[in-house]
Write a protein that binds this ligand. Structure first.
Ligand code: URA
Length: 273
């Protein structure tokens, strides 16, 4: 079920699992909440939040320059009525989009929205290790030793379903100092993991609270030419570059294929016994 939903552009596979468990998905008029659920797209009628899911929709890829004080969800938490990214992205097609990953309420910058579940999955899945770059302004003067310890990794608490499950060290990150004053530092930090509030928690844990945080790049995509709060579709070139990168990561993960530049030992053994 989650694969059908993500291919139809409802959300990423993992987010679709959550939709099912939250009781927001119906098959032939019945709410399903327990996984696995098996469906046949050709005969089953699937609805999410009451809306029929159609298997073939045009794929859209949107880049938003998210402002601060905006939530990255379609619906805010009960009792809160804050601006959401969907108040800002109103694609004329009316096609339902979903955010690829999330940015905190106060974090600004590059947020992708799409209805392509497979692409969203690849962009957020740790095995693809896509780099995300943030520009942060922190209170205090970051020393070279601090930079080194951030780069090597910081122990952060792990949480699952709201409960602490221990602590683990963050994977290696890259840090570039942009400007260092007596009482504030501007830095760029590139990471391949996507732990909850990772940049804020890393810097806060060594004594540098973040004053401003902006995502400026995701893989080859740069936040360029979009005013804060505005959005545009990805260009053909951007999409091509992104797809090429994901394909090459995918091929790398599956291991080298025998070809002109690699030796197929099975065949050579057979032809030269
Ligand atoms: N790290 C954070 O701390 N916040 C974000 O929104 C993204 C990465």
């Amino acid at each position: 079920m989650q694969r059908v939903l993500s291919q139809a552009g409802v959300a990423s596979r993992r987010a679709c699992e959550a939709l099912i468990e939250e009781g927001r998905v119906e098959v032939n008029g019945r709410v399903v909440t327990r996984l696995p659920v098996f469906v046949d797209v050709s005969s089953d009628r699937i609805r999410v939040d009451g809306k029929v899911v159609s298997a073939s929709e045009r794929k859209l890829y949107v880049m938003l320059n998210k402002p601060a004080r905006t939530v990255t969800t379609a619906r805010d938490e009960p009792g809160l009525d804050r601006r959401t990214v969907f108040d800002l992205v109103d694609h004329p097609s009316g096609i339902r989009l979903f955010p690829v990953g999330r940015l905190d309420f106060e974090t600004m910058g590059l947020l992708l929205l799409t209805n392509d579940g497979e692409m969203a999955n690849a962009l957020t899945h740790p095995r693809y290790g896509l780099a995300k770059t943030y520009r942060a302004i922190v209170r205090g003067r970051l020393s070279d030793d601090d930079v080194e310890s951030i780069e090597r990794g910081i122990y952060l608490a792990d949480r699952k379903e709201g409960r602490s499950t221990g602590a683990s060290r963050t994977a290696r990150v890259q840090v570039e100092i942009i400007k260092r004053d007596r009482d504030r530092t501007t830095l760029q930090i590139t990471l391949k993991e996507g732990r909850n509030r990772q940049v804020r928690r890393m810097l806060a844990s060594i004594g540098y609270p973040i004053k401003k945080l902006e995502r400026v790049a995701i893989g080859p995509l740069r936040l360029k030419g979009i005013a804060r709060g505005a959005w545009r579709e990805l260009s053909r070139d951007e999409l091509r570059t992104l797809r090429r990168l994901l394909r090459s990561r995918d091929a790398g993960l599956r291991g080298p294929k025998p070809g002109r530049d690699t030796v197929d030992t099975r065949r050579s053994r057979m032809t030269h016994p």
